[in-house]
Write a protein that binds this ligand. Structure first.
Ligand SMILES: CC(C)(COP(=O)(O)OP(=O)(O)OC[C@H]1O[C@@H](n2cnc3c(N)ncnc32)[C@H](O)[C@@H]1OP(=O)(O)O)[C@@H](O)C(=O)NCCC(=O)NCCS
Length: 117
């Protein structure tokens, strides 16, 4: 799945670059949307993200591209790899962030539940 986001002034930190918390929110949201669209009968919560490392700053007005791919399914969990690129590119130089997000299916009581077969 592919999504885009425009970096607005409200998304900047005190130094004028993209605030990392906003990026993590978008990563979580787009990965959750991918999981929910793939398993429409499931309610998912985020269990965790793999390594979080901000190696490149992002300026206001940048259009970010989010590429979300499923990498693994377990009994109750599913993992999505999220790559974030600057602009409309997929070049390594424009890759600003990557992580893997794990979601767990929950039932109505908030307990983990098996994924559909
Ligand atoms: C999600 C939740 C119900 C899982 O319950 P739990 O008893 O902790 O679950 P488990 O430790 O048995 O793990 C459940 C699955 O997650 C996987 N998992 C556990 N810890 C993991 C980790 N650190 N990284 C990746 N996967 C992990 C397990 O392998 C298991 O997968 P499987 O069933 O596909 O084999 C519970 O942790 C919870 O309610 N967390 C809060 C979620 C939330 O509110 N998120 C929003 C952010 S605050």
């Amino acid at each position: 799945m592919e999504n885009h986001k425009l970096v607005l002034p409200i998304n900047l930190n005190q130094y004028g670059y993209l605030f990392g918390g906003d990026l993590l929110k978008w990563v979580d949201e787009y990965a959750w949307i991918a999981a929910t669209m793939e398993y429409p009968e499931c309610n998912f919560v985020t269990l965790g993200m793999d390594k979080v490392e901000f190696k490149k700053s992002v300026k206001q007005g940048t259009i970010l591209k989010f590429i979300v791919e499923k990498t693994q399914t377990g009994n109750t969990s599913v993992k999505y790899l999220v790559h974030v690129y600057r602009g409309n590119n997929k070049a390594m130089d424009d890759l600003i962030f990557s992580t893997r997000v794990t979601f767990v299916r929950i039932d109505q009581m908030g307990n983990k539940a098996p994924l559909p077969k």
